[in-house]
Structures are given as structure tokens and as C-alpha cells.
Design a binder for this molecule. Sequence first.
Ligand code: SF4
Length: 461
Amino acid sequence: MKKKILFLNFPWKALYIRDYYCSKISKGNYINAPIDLVMQSWVLNTWEFDLHLIDGIVEKKSPEKILKEIRLYNPDIIIWLIWSASLDEDKIFLKRLLEQNYEVLLSWDILITEADKFMLEFPKLKWVITNFIWRWVYHYLKWEYDQMDAIIIRQWSEIKRYPEKKDRFFSVNIPAHNLFIKKKYRMPFVRKYPFATTIMTYGCPFKCSFCIMSKLGYQERTVEEMVTELDKLKELWVKEILFLDQTLWINRINFKKLLHVMIEKKYNFWRFWFSRVDVMDKETMLLMKRAWCHTIRFWVESWNEFILKTYGKWYTLDIIKSWIKTAKEAWMNLLWTFILWLPEETFAMAKETIKFSKELGLDFASFNFAVPRYGTDLRAEAQEKWLIDDSIETMDQSGNTIVMWSRHMTMQEIEKIRKLAIREFYLRPQYIISRIRKIKSRTEFKENVANAILLFKNTFF
Ligand code: SF4
């Protein structure tokens, strides 16, 4: 009989995006398929296993209903995402499942550095995942213990770490996208459904001190494997793909090769991507446009060179400005992310970043609040400057919960900044008119309206 594997995203009171070691509460109505689960599904996507997905967040089910579904499915193994903002509740249900003798594997940002402590708290927890792209679970299920990697396992009284392999390329089977595209994952830029999420690269080679991606290393898939996956998505009638890579264009040769294949094969789905401004060039942007890419998301973070330099961004305002010109020439939707509340930032600097965000002609701006994630240099800085209480594990970058004090701002000022950013950026008549003009489908219109309603509700009420 096939082994039953359950991918589990447990419900919580808010729309909570748990993935890629960087969880947050959705500021609007958007939520993508958790990339950790998508990637593990490809490791196990063989005839040998029966795969099942329960996403209590996107399905809006109660914890009791989910527990009942788990009992009915009766899995051999549960691969479960628990994460910082929902931790108190997650721990209660984790305890219940472990008491019922389910074998649970956990993926969570804190576990990268704090796994031993957590396993002491839950003596029945046997293993945790430290890298979601490796094949550890497959080898475990096949009793190939000598080939395990990127996992921490309790063996009798000992907690053993199997280190990650640091190869440049990673290669596994094709993800079980059929499980994920049936669920109601959604994004404001999506023009048509079904919508899938994938990656071509893992981690990031840059060293921004507040970002956990800088600690994951950097690995890539081959173009050939990506093309096989895109063929599969075409067969599944997928209409949109979110590439959740943290910084594309690192391997320009491979990325351009992929874009050329996309153009030649006439894949009729839209795509959107992430990157940073200083790795871009105009030729690639235009090529992306030809390959049906409609939206690009950039980590810009601040309009202050001192902040950019202090936290490891290392590009200048001149580079950002010159890139804006290039992006406008390629006519793509632009989403930029900003980070506020870094320890060295002042209220005036934060206001300057908000002012700057309005001058760029962006389609979306995502304002995030710095959190001292486990394993980051920012956490070390916050500890050194006595800005955090080390016992607090719950944190969220949407600004709903603040766990790090600032050196220059008061807690009242953060609430002011949060509201100011949304009001100043999104409530401009010229912004609203230009956004409406750019909408290409009824689906996109509905997603934009749903996101706007929730964004204002979450920020002002
Ligand atoms: S470039 Fe982006 S993803 Fe990479 S470390 Fe910096 S903030 Fe993180």
C-alpha cells in the first residue's frame, strides 16, 4: 500500500502566509501556495506515495474540522508549516497531534537555529526540516538513511543534524501542482485562474542583514528542468505563475535562456517575478515583457543611503532612479517593497521613504516592518543593543505585532507610520485612476477591490 503523506497548513484567525522562512499576515486579500509545501510535493511526486493537501488558511476551516479531516485521511506522515505569528495556537494543536501518535515533520524559520530547544519542549517531535528543496523526506521514507540531508532528527536521546548539501544546482521531480491549483490562492495582479507558484532558484547570494534569505545559501535549478515543469503547468491549463525566487537574474545566462524558451514555446500563461534593482538591465526587461511577464516585484527598502548601506543593500539612490526609467520603458507593473522600523531609522527617514514611494509611478507598494528573525544579523544587532526580549518567539512583519524597539522612534510613531504609508500611497486620486486604467480583466478587477477593502480594514479599523 502507498504511504499517505499529508501537507498541512493549519487554520488561524488571520490570513497568514506561512512560507519561505519569512511568514507574515497578509496585509490585503492575497495568499500564494506555500512554497515549502509545493517544493516538498515535488520530492514526493512519484507513484510510490499518496499525496494530500489541507490548507486550513485558504479554505477558512476551523481547527476542529481540520483535525477531523486529518483523522479521516489517517496519514503516515504530516508535513506541517507552523510559524511565528500563530505560534501560541499552533503549539496547542501540535501537542494534540503528537499525543495521537501522528508522525509530524515541521518547517519553520525559528527551527533553523532553535530546533534543539523546540524538540526539548516537544519530546514526541521526531524531526524538523531546515531546507525545503532537499530530498531528505524521500530518503527517510525509502530507508536510505545514509543519503539524508537538511534535516534534524531525534534518534533515541540524541538530536542529530544532517547538514545541507551546498551544491550549486538542485534537481528533483515535478511538483504536484494539481494539489495546489485547485485551492483559492490569489494575488492582486492575477488576471486569470488557475494560478501556480514555483521557484527556479533557492535563497539569495546578497547579504541584507535583516533578511533570512541571505542565510539560506543560493542554489538553482537547470533550465531544462524548469521547462519540463512549465510543460506540465501548460497541460494543467494554468493561466498565471508566481515565481517566488528572491532575486532573479543572478545567473543571467540561464535566465535569458529560459525566457527565450518561453517565447519560442509560446506558453500562454502570464508570469510575475521578484528581484532587486542593481541586477537588472534593459535588454532582459524587454525580453521578459516578450515572454508574457506582466509584473515585477523589487526589494528597494528605503530612500535613505545611510539605511541602505547600514543594512547591507549597497546600492545608491542613483541606481534606483536609473532603474525606474528602464522599468517604465518596458511597461511592466511594478511592485516595490519597503522596510520601515529598522533600529537606526528615524521618523523623518521613514517619512522620506513614504514620500519617495509616491513619486515613482508604482502599481503597488508593500510597506513592511523590520522583525528580528532568528538567524539574521538584524537579530544579533537587536540583541546587542538591547532592543528585543529574547524570550519572544511571536513576530510579524505586517506591523500588527511589534517585538523590537527602535533606537529613534516611539511605539506611538509606528502606528502613525503604518497608517501614513497606506493613506499617502493608496488614497491618491491619480493613483486610483491609473490603477483602474491598467486593469486587464474582470478577475484582476475583483482581486484589486478585495485587496483594497482588506488593506484599509486591517490598517485603519
Ligand atoms: S536581495 Fe532581497 S532576498 Fe536577497 S538578501 Fe537582500 S532583501 Fe533578502
